[in-house]
Design a binder for this molecule. Structure first.
Ligand code: UDP
Length: 262
């Protein structure tokens, strides 16, 4: 098999992106009637849904904290989300992603405002093409805001890494598989405070700084898109929703409610 050229002769990546260019990102807030908050994200070929419930009674009870609330998360990949069918149910990877996602939100949410209760995040990956933990965090953050959960700031996430010796942002599946390093981060865009940082592969200290800068800058752009998704949902009439953002008809709710689920 021919070796895949991750950086083309013209300096662009296999999908034609520049080093600092994100895959197309589309976010829609409030897509589920029964959840307290929800969001749907399409990012390149990733399709991810997030639902948020709470603050509500903590299950399991032993996880309850008397002086503050907690954030729990379940990240799940659908069996049909990847080219080779995934065995349904939790595996080591999804348990890890659930844990780091809950920890990231635990730092952003004002948990002291709801002692003993929990906020539960469910992330369902419908299609995966690398970057799903970041896509899940992006969707979950919009769903949290949609649910009215008090947070210190929006939470944005993006990876940067190294492919064919070049520092690039938002790696796709091919780059993730064949590249040299992948560093997903989650931050609060206003302060730049890091809520999640993981690393797969090897980088020099200088490269690591470059990767961190590139991912941070991308998170700030993503934070603006997240805010826009919320504004699109709540501050305009459906016919004024900006071009390029999918709209669903929510005039009729299965519960006979106002279509907003609230
Ligand atoms: N993947 C897969 N099967 C799995 C887990 C992952 O095909 O059981 C693919 C999927 O496209 C995923 C990518 O590998 O997005 C990269 O996975 P990684 O663990 O790096 O997490 P992600 O980049 O999605 O956060």
């Amino acid at each position: 098999m021919d070796k895949v050229k991750l950086i083309r002769d013209d300096g662009l990546r296999t999908d034609g992106r520049k080093a600092d260019e994100l895959r197309p990102l589309k976010i829609e807030a409030n897509v589920l009637h029964r959840a307290d908050g929800s969001a749907y994200v399409e990012w390149g070929y990733n399709k991810v849904l997030a639902a948020v419930y709470g603050p509500r009674e903590t299950h399991p009870r032993y996880a309850q904290k008397m002086d503050r609330g907690i954030v729990q998360c379940r990240y799940n990949m659908a069996p049909f989300s990847v080219s080779e069918r995934r065995r349904p149910g939790p595996d080591r990877r999804s348990i890890e992603i659930s844990k780091v996602t809950a920890e990231a939100f635990d730092r952003a949410v004002l948990t002291e405002k709801f002692p003993r209760a929990s906020v539960d995040i469910y992330i369902e990956v419908l299609e995966a093409n690398a970057g799903t933990r970041c896509a899940g965090i992006i969707a979950a953050a919009v769903a949290m805001a949609d649910a009215g959960i008090p947070m210190r700031d929006m939470v944005a996430a993006c990876a940067a890494g190294k492919v064919a010796g070049k520092i690039v942002v938002d790696l796709d599946k091919e780059e993730d598989n064949l590249g040299q390093a992948d560093v997903p981060i989650a931050i609060m865009p206003r302060t730049g405070e890091i809520l999640l940082l993981q690393m797969d592969g090897h980088l020099t200290a200088t490269e690591f700084e470059q990767v961190l800068d590139m991912a941070t800058e991308a998170c700030k752009r993503i934070g603006a898109i997240q805010r826009e998704a919320l504004l699109n949902r709540y501050s305009t009439k459906p016919d004024a929703v900006k071009e390029g953002v999918a709209t669903l008809d929510r005039t009729a709710s299965p519960d006979g409610g106002d279509g907003n689920g609230k």
